[in-house]
Design a protein. Structure first.
Length: 312
């Protein structure tokens, strides 16, 4: 049984005439007659008394009419609601970002910013485990509307994103800072630059990590490179932080990620400002994405950045 058959029956019950009901339903009279017959077969009884002029409903037809009107109304209301949901979902912006930036900037800044301007956004949680090329591909293929990521000229992903397909806004400045756990006396376990006879245990990043190239580039530029022995490597800063907190070594972490730890004395800097690595935090979009909410959010972000009102 199809919903349109119910509307056919309702029209026929109202007009009491096959030809007028067919015109109202914008179908031919034979089509309408066939559908009414199918309804009667489905219900197993006669619904229309075809021997009366004008047509009349049988007792079963009267009962069926009440049910048909209710079912038709429910179907219309449900369709309207489903369309509203579909429209809402189509207007939602999909963010992709790393695990660290999700914890330090997306939830604290961009999500509240979008909510304040009534521009709904969703985070693709899978993106918190992505590596560089995943972000580029997702943005290029329309799997997300916005990418929030670190930027440094040494990053391959930075070069891939800085092409004519995409545009970006600089959301904030960041530092990679060397941090270490403390010993029982409250002193840093490890201190840069280390010694050749006693290299510092280093918790680093896998080659697939976006920060690996940044640190390699930075260390190669040092006139006196630190003395390090790699103890462990991870993709994400959160995992590096966990190893550092356990005292397995020192490593570089985004300053925002360890701000509370440094403030409360759970971790300490393992080196002074000469060992700090500057980064940018950028947001990217595909120029060919013409989603209205995306254009509106992008314009609002541009204005906020221009007026230095984006609190980070």
């Amino acid at each position: 049984m199809e919903v349109r058959w119910l509307d056919d029956f309702i029209a026929l019950a109202r007009t009491r005439h096959f030809s007028r009901a067919a015109d109202e339903r914008n179908v031919t009279q034979p089509t309408l007659s066939r559908r009414i017959k199918l309804l009667e077969e489905e219900m197993g009884t006669t619904l229309i008394d075809r021997n009366s002029l004008p047509l009349s409903l049988t007792p079963a037809g009267e009962v069926f009419l009440a049910g048909a009107e209710q079912m038709s109304r429910i179907a219309r209301e449900t369709k309207v609601r489903c369309n509203e949901i579909r429209e809402q979902e189509s207007n939602r912006l999909i963010f992709a970002t790393s695990q660290t930036l999700y914890l330090t900037l997306y939830r604290a800044l961009l999500l509240p910013f979008s909510e304040r301007h009534n521009l709904p956004v969703d985070l693709n949680l899978k993106s918190t485990s992505w590596v560089g090329p995943d972000f580029v591909n997702a943005l290029a293929q329309g799997e997300c509307d916005l990418v929030l990521c670190y930027w440094h000229p040494a990053m391959k992903v930075a070069r891939d994103l800085d092409d004519e397909r995409f545009e970006n806004l600089v959301i904030a400045e960041e530092l990679l800072v060397p941090v270490t756990a403390l010993n029982s006396d409250g002193m840093p376990l490890f201190k840069l630059p280390g010694q050749k006879t006693k290299p510092l245990p280093y918790i680093g990043y896998y080659e697939s990590s976006m920060l690996r190239a940044v640190l390699e580039h930075f260390l190669q530029q040092q006139p006196e490179p630190p003395q390090l022995v790699t103890m462990n490597e991870n993709v994400h800063s959160v995992s590096v932080k966990a190893m550092i907190k356990e005292g397995f070594g020192f490593g570089w972490l985004p300053q925002r990620l360890v701000k509370d730890n440094l403030d409360y004395g759970n971790l300490q800097l393992a080196g002074d400002a000469q060992w700090h690595v500057p980064l940018q935090i950028r947001i990217y979009r595909n120029r060919q994405n013409i989603q209205p909410n995306l254009r509106q959010l992008w314009s609002l972000l541009e204005t906020a950045i221009q007026h230095q009102s984006l609190s980070v």
